[in-house]
Design a protein around this ligand. Structure first.
Ligand code: ADE
Length: 243
């Protein structure tokens, strides 16, 4: 999987993704990243890439030609149908299912906007998908692009080790993760639940599923509609709801 990122702030991306799990995956080339500085494609002596909006109003708008030329500089390397994703609060909401869909691609181009926006014509010309990471406005698309790259990358085989990749199953199941504990067995008078010390894997699994259901009901009840529960688990959920 290779990510191409078109941005005015390349260091944000390269630095932000150079640590921990993703940093290691980049180092050993399990995933690849090419960051293209849109400013390198400004064709004026001041290197400017933005201008006042036609029709007036506050702020500046990123111009179409530098973005288009940045895209053209990589276009020949891209396979047929490679998605070009524009990070914007107007995009489709980013969910685990979207990360799973993108993880099927061989390469993805991500366009990060800044200032008040991007000239609509270059979006029409090159963008195939728009993604939002939530209903709030960031100062630019870079943090959003990093969130997408991080969550897509961890689905690529070899990025997580076997133990880590287990963790995924819970969200794909539409259930929140159960609570985790490690040593010491007692902290500030709070004890680790006995069942986790019992050595009975069957009981531990049952307890964890029940805690997942309990937490999801408490924190994100709307997720439960899409959850895959056994008859017994559904009974448990109804009991929690007092039905
Ligand atoms: N750019 C600015 N805000 C954003 C958001 N919420 N999601 C994706 N890209 C953005």
């Amino acid at each position: 999987m290779k990510f191409y990122v078109l941005t005015l702030f390349p260091e944000m991306i390269t630095e932000g993704l150079s640590h921990s799990v993703i940093g290691r995956a980049l180092k050993d080339k399990t995933i690849e990243l090419e960051v293209i500085n849109i400013r390198d494609f400004a064709n004026n002596k001041h290197n400017s890439v933005d201008d006042y909006p036609y029709g007036g109003g506050a702020g500046m708008v990123m111009q179409a030609p530098p973005i288009y030329n940045a895209y053209l500089s990589i276009k020949d390397k891209l396979g047929e149908g490679c998605p070009v994703v524009y990070m914007t609060p107007q995009g489709r909401p980013f969910k685990q299912a979207v990360a799973e869909e993108l993880a099927e691609e061989k390469e993805i181009v991500i366009l990060c906007g800044h200032y008040e926006g991007v000239d609509e014509r270059v979006i029409e010309e090159i963008v195939t998908d728009e993604i939002s990471i939530g209903d709030y406005v960031l100062t630019g698309g870079e943090l959003a692009a990093m969130a997408v790259i991080d969550s897509v990358s961890r689905l690529i085989p070899g990025v997580l080790n076997k133990e880590q990749s287990h963790i995924d199953e819970s969200f794909s199941d539409n259930l929140l993760e159960y609570p985790q504990y490690t040593r010491p067995p007692e902290f500030m008078g709070r004890k680790v639940p006995d069942v986790l010390l019992s050595g009975n894997h069957g009981l531990v699994d049952k307890w964890r599923r029940e805690k997942s259901i309990e937490r999801t009901l408490k924190k994100r009840p709307e997720l439960l509609e899409g959850a895959n529960l056994t008859d017994k688990e559904r009974e448990y959920l109804n009991k929690l709801k007092g039905e």
